[in-house]
Design a protein around this ligand. Structure first.
Ligand SMILES: NC(=O)c1ccc[n+]([C@@H]2O[C@H](COP(=O)([O-])OP(=O)(O)OC[C@H]3O[C@@H](n4cnc5c(N)ncnc54)[C@H](OP(=O)(O)O)[C@@H]3O)[C@@H](O)[C@H]2O)c1
Length: 249
């Protein structure tokens, strides 16, 4: 039987592109997001759920398992971000970043452990970012939320393995069509990232970044941390100089 994949945060962006890629490869795709289903032909099932609401998110996961579904992979794409001067970052946005980008994944782990049939195995994919490894000016709260996600994903692996849950950390590159406004060394698109992301999520190692320049940045972060931070400082300072803002004001 074709593998079933669930994507949390599939209504737009990379989540929707990855769903398209899986569907092309005859996977059965289930999507979750706050909005109604964006492409009814694409998804085998769709649940409207808010990952920041324990009740709503838990009920969606419990309901899907209650229908007898057995996903091989659950990709956690849901995210939000504030880009701009940190001195002007609204408190509500800072909270939303932590709640959506990090705590939502914690809720997913808890709900899967609670509602998945004991004998089933599943791989959870925490969608991180290079900025979770090296923080970026103009995206301070977002960088911190992804760093928290990475730390949690690593430390939760041992306990969750006892529930037959594997945890993978997979970071797409910075993509120029959507997301934050940054000028990085290599221009990637969602069309470039989606098929590579989908393949890595199914078969890849426990922790991986896509894109050569991101791999290089991670290596630098390990071997020459100040240099990695100086490069990221330059990228973020340029965004601040240009007045980059998300959401637009
Ligand atoms: N774009 C980049 O360059 C880049 C680079 C590195 C890493 N990433 C990561 O890759 C992933 C996808 O990025 P993207 O740019 O494609 O993001 P995006 O276009 O902003 O999409 C985010 C998705 O998350 C969902 N979402 C947000 N808040 C939610 C909530 N409270 N409950 C449920 N769903 C929620 C949104 O759906 P609804 O609004 O319908 O709920 C949407 O489908 C994210 O984790 C991002 O951090 C992106």
């Amino acid at each position: 039987m074709a593998k079933e994949i669930w994507i949390v945060g599939a209504s737009q962006g990379l989540g929707l592109q990855v769903a398209r890629d899986y569907a092309r490869r005859k996977r059965r795709v289930v999507g979750l997001g706050r909005r109604p289903c964006p492409a009814p032909d694409l998804f085998e099932a769709w649940r409207q759920a808010d990952v920041t609401s324990l009740d709503s998110f838990e009920a969606a996961i419990a309901g899907l398992y209650g229908e007898g579904r057995g996903p091989a992979v659950i990709v956690y794409m849901a995210s939000t971000l504030y880009q701009g001067p940190l001195t002007e970052a609204p408190d509500a946005m800072l909270r939303a970043e932590i709640d959506t980008n990090y705590l939502g994944f914690v809720r997913l782990c808890q709900a899967v452990a609670a509602f998945k049939p004991t004998g089933q195995t599943v791989r959870l994919v925490a969608v991180a970012s290079t900025l979770g490894y090296v923080g970026c000016p103009s995206l301070d709260g977002y960088s911190a939320s992804k760093a928290a996600l990475i730390s949690f994903a690593r430390s939760s692996r041992r306990e969750l393995a006892g529930h037959r849950i594997a945890v993978q950390i997979l970071s797409p590159p910075h993509m120029t069509d959507g997301g934050a406004d940054l000028v990085g060394p290599q221009p990637f698109t969602k069309a470039w990232a989606a098929p590579r992301f989908a393949r890595a999520a199914e078969r890849g190692p426990p922790e991986r970044l896509l894109g050569f320049s991101n791999g290089l940045m991670l290596l630098m972060a390990r071997l020459a941390r100040p240099l990695a931070q100086a490069i990221m400082d330059g990228i973020g300072a340029d965004a601040l100089r240009r007045g980059a803002r998300r959401p637009a004001v």
